[in-house]
Ligand binder design. Structure first.
Ligand SMILES: Cc1ncc(C[n+]2csc(CCOP(=O)(O)OP(=O)(O)O)c2C)c(N)n1
Length: 620
């Protein structure tokens, strides 16, 4: 029997001797690697916080004391320690545990997350609620060094330093975002960790505290003297203190004894405290330590070698990366911007080839877009490559800073559609709805590789905000989207029929064509139109399709509310176009986690589902 078998909840953990926590951490790590090697998931971050998570639940009285995880991708160990070890093998699987904290899953999950930078704000809100209720528990936000650089974290620190609530912020500093963490704050943290003067002062402090015990000087007074003296020595090293936090650290985040002792001692404070913990991303599993970027979010892999089965397919992301490098060769004004996702968005080759035209702005989507607007004002052509769900953060920047000034900025919106295993917070199913109502925007979606390339080239020639949305995963390399060259606002008729017509947006085309074949076998003749554009869409083609066919079925991987289908219905309504229209898309709910293909089937967005939709529209 392992130690883990005895720990059903944190109260069992707290019965262990402190020395036993080292062995427990090793077991937890082993289980992490074993399960994630099969399910895929966020391995490196979890390996890095194993001891920290154990120490937190050991020292604090969870669930009464509340731990708020930033992003939440590093909460796997937390899940194992909080009554879910027996279900851990189901993580990120349909119907299984979520890969992120979920309040509906456990009372130990205090706040639902997935996007970066929310933990300090949420924890501060909880601390204020606690004080209003005159209760007396601790609230602890755990954030990574990259998430600390997110604007929301700064806003929350600013507010927390002012409110002076009893709040602990643990800074888990592994010097990594998904790739290396970048930015002035990253440099600052690095300096704190390595500044000789600072380390010397820390040693001196330890000696003074020891001495003061003998002399009977009150510790608080000694502490204040020490703090002031440090400020004098390193005027630049007290950023957090100046913002109203007590700063402690940096400490070794893999040393259980140091962690437990430090957490116990900072627990006593009733004001904002920031504890700086230094960890190694991927700790304890060699392949992940060597390549934490690949093991940040990994597909299933072989434990021995660390080799992942990526399938080596041609993806939308890959094509985007290649194509942008080609376009940038002739168009010297193209600059690429990522918010800490250079590998995920396919910008690595661009970064290597044109380092001076590449900007990783950190996890700062709002800033990324306004920064792009600034570049556009002075004649550059910024390409903002971002996942659909993260661009949600920058809605106002797209509207207020790009669109109102009709600035030419290209938005390459990756992971548009169902992403699958990461679930609710990561599904890219809102972008059509949140972009199509913004004036001065062009919005398109490619169905295959040649079309994607043409769209990117066209985007560089247009004016205003131009968004291209495309999903996660494999791209069709053949030209299936129609022979006609891509032109603004023009759809392509891919197949003609006489009964119903499927109007497909972007990557849905492959499934729409499958549906047409399924229906053909049943004697139903179906036309297929590749919409290509959401804004402006091809009104003439859709109007004539409405006349010609008994039913139109509009398919998109976006919410039905405010999506492409609803744009068509608005137009039909305004222009009294009579048509029997059925919309296929996503319903008014958050889409759960599970494999992408499984979810597409569930929501009727695969070939069979679309075929069923057509039959329904025809009343069969
Ligand atoms: C708003 C937002 N943008 C981008 C991401 C994608 N993302 C997930 S984790 C991560 C890096 C987080 O780094 P850090 O906070 O230092 O935690 P670590 O994984 O290093 O422990 C990024 C960029 C996100 N979750 N949310």
């Amino acid at each position: 029997m392992t130690m883990m078998d005895h720990i059903k909840s944190p109260s069992d953990l707290r019965k262990l001797k402190q020395e036993e926590l080292v062995g427990l951490s090793a077991e937890l790590r082993e289980r992490l690697v074993e399960v994630v090697s099969k399910t895929g998931g966020h391995l490196a971050s979890n390996l890095g916080v194993t001891e920290l998570t154990v120490a937190l639940h050991y020292v604090f009285n969870t669930p009464e004391d509340k731990i708020v995880w930033d992003v939440g991708h590093q909460a796997y160990v937390h899940k194992m320690l909080t009554c879910r070890a027996d279900k851990f093998h189901t993580i990120r699987q349909y119907g299984g545990l979520s890969g992120f904290p979920k309040r509906c899953e456990s009372e130990y999950d205090t706040f639902d997350t997935g996007h970066s930078g929310t933990s300090i704000s949420a924890a501060l809100g909880m601390a204020c609620a606690r004080d209003l209720d005159r209760k007396n528990y601790k609230v602890i936000a755990v954030t990574g060094d990259a998430s600390l650089s997110n604007g929301m974290s700064f806003e929350a620190i600013n507010n927390a330093g002012h409110l002076q609530k009893d709040l602990i912020v643990i800074l888990n500093d592994n010097e990594m975002s998904i790739s290396a963490n970048v930015g002035a704050l990253a440099n600052y943290l690095d300096k704190i960790g390595t500044d000789d003067r600072y380390l010397k002062v820390k040693e001196n402090i330890k000696r003074i505290i020891k001495k003061s015990k003998f002399l009977g000087v009150p510790l608080v007074r000694v502490g204040r003297v020490i703090e002031e003296s440090i400020k004098g020595v390193i005027s630049s090293g007290m950023l957090f203190e100046e913002l109203g936090f007590r700063y402690f650290g940096p400490i070794d985040g893999h040393n259980i004894k140091i962690l437990v002792d430090t957490l116990r001692s900072i627990k006593r404070f009733k004001e904002p405290v920031l504890l700086h913990v230094v960890t190694t991303k991927g700790k304890g599993y060699r392949p992940a330590e060597n390549d934490p970027t690949s093991f940040h979010g990994t597909p299933a892999f072989e434990i021995e070698s660390g080799e992942a089965n990526t399938g080596a397919k041609r993806t939308y992301t890959g094509v985007f990366g290649e194509c942008l490098v080609e376009l940038a060769k002739t168009n010297k004004k193209i600059v690429a911007i990522t918010a800490a996702m250079s590998s995920g968005t396919g910008l690595e080759a661009f970064k290597d080839k044109y380092p001076e035209r590449f900007f990783d702005v950190g996890i700062a989507e709002e800033h990324a877009v306004t920064f792009a607007a600034g570049l556009a004002v002075d004649g550059y052509l910024p390409v903002v490559a971002m996942y659909s769900s993260f661009l949600q953060r920058a809605y106002d920047q797209v509207l207020h800073d790009v669109a109102t000034q009709n600035l030419h900025v290209i938005f390459a919106i990756d992971r548009a559609g169902i992403v699958g295993d990461d679930g609710e917070t990561h599904q890219g199913v809102f972008d059509v709805s949140y972009l199509r109502h913004i004036p001065n925007m062009t919005l398109m979606a490619p169905a295959d590789e040649p079309e994607f390339r043409e769209m990117l080239a066209l985007a560089a020639e247009l004016e205003g905000g131009v968004a291209i949305r495309y999903p996660r995963g494999e791209i069709v390399t053949d030209k299936i989207g129609g022979k006609a060259k891509v032109a603004v606002g023009k759809a392509a008729t891919v197949r003609t029929g006489s009964d119903a017509c499927i109007i497909s947006l972007g990557s849905k085309l492959r499934e729409a064509l499958k549906a047409a074949e399924i229906l053909k076998a049943k004697g139903i003749k179906v036309g297929v139109i590749n919409a290509r554009f959401v804004k402006p869409f091809d009104k003439a083609t859709l109007k004539s399709a409405a006349k010609r066919y008994k039913a139109l079925v509009i398919v998109e991987e976006n919410m039905l509310a405010g999506g492409f289908g609803s744009a068509v219905l608005e137009y039909f309504n305004e222009n009294a176009v009579q048509a029997n229209v059925k919309l296929l898309g996503l319903p008014d709910k958050f889409i759960e986690h599970g494999h992408r293909s499984l979810l597409l089937k569930k929501y009727g967005l695969n070939g069979e589902g679309i075929a069923a939709g057509v039959e329904e529209a025809l009343g069969r």
